[in-house]
Ligand binder design. Structure first.
Ligand SMILES: C[S@@+](CC[C@H](N)C(=O)[O-])C[C@H]1O[C@@H](n2cnc3c(N)ncnc32)[C@H](O)[C@@H]1O
Length: 232
């Protein structure tokens, strides 16, 4: 009887050996995230003011903070389904979500991802990881505050992942809205941390989006733009 194996030397997408290996290593590395975040919180405990954006980004340098595997699989599935030409990501970190998105673009044979990350160390690591996964040619990562680096993006944008700091997700949605078309899909990760103003915007009856919460990973809000971009 031949031995059962999960290795698939000819797999594509998320099953491509290089992709599987890089994702496995990164998810293993993310097991230290809780300890990194706990340490970061201990450093700012007792302060009157919350840390600045730059400080919070710096304090979490060693935390990967990835989308959960099921959310990654969902991102891959969405890319295969929607066949986006332009995917935009707010919050790339070490590139786990980006790898899921780009692996599906590779299978589609069309499309690129524009990522964004403020932490320079994470940008370098994400580029290295995408290179190791064989997907670097499909991804541009813009280093700096996404509110600036993604401001001049070419439209239209077909799929958006909002996974940076949650208080910036609504400003990022509004920044990207002029590049959206009816049918643009927006995934916001970590539902329980999402500010109410964000949820109010995407769930507004008769508004610019239709939206549903899904119990994947730590919860996602899946929204679709239904109106043309704002004029002007
Ligand atoms: C939850 S992590 C992203 C995880 C990533 N999507 C993944 O699945 O691997 C959030 C990231 O957003 C970055 N970030 C926070 N605010 C940002 C900003 N204004 N511009 C760019 N990146 C930002 C943080 O440095 C952090 O690495």
């Amino acid at each position: 009887m031949t031995e059962q194996t999960t290795e698939n030397p000819t797999g594509t997408g998320l099953n491509a050996p290089a992709v599987r290996q890089v994702l496995a290593e990164l998810y293993r590395a993310s097991e230290s995230d809780d300890a990194v975040v706990e340490h970061a919180l201990s450093l700012v405990a007792g302060r009157e003011e919350p840390p600045s954006l730059a400080e919070s980004v710096e304090l979490t340098t060693e935390a990967l903070l990835p989308v959960q595997p099921k959310v990654g699989q969902m991102l891959h599935h969405l890319v295969r389904t929607l066949r986006p030409v332009r995917v935009v990501e707010f919050g790339t970190s070490y590139g786990i979500s980006t790898i899921h998105l780009a692996a599906a673009l590779r299978e589609n044979g069309v499309g690129t991802v524009v990522g964004s990350e403020m932490n320079g160390h994470k940008v370098a690591q994400a580029r290295k990881n995408l290179e190791a996964a064989g997907l670097a040619d499909l991804v541009e990562i813009r280093e700096g505050d996404a509110r600036e680096t993604l401001a001049d993006l070419d439209g239209p944008v077909d799929l958006v992942l909002l996974d940076g700091w949650k208080e910036l997700c609504l400003p990022m949605l509004d920044l990207l809205a002029p590049k959206m078309r009816p049918g643009t899909v927006i995934v916001a990760d970590n539902l329980s941390m999402m500010p109410q103003e964000y949820l109010d915007r995407v769930r507004a009856e008769g508004g610019d989006y239709v939206s549903i919460d899904l119990p994947l990973g730590e919860g996602i809000e899946l929204s679709t733009r239904v109106t043309p971009p704002p004029a002007g």
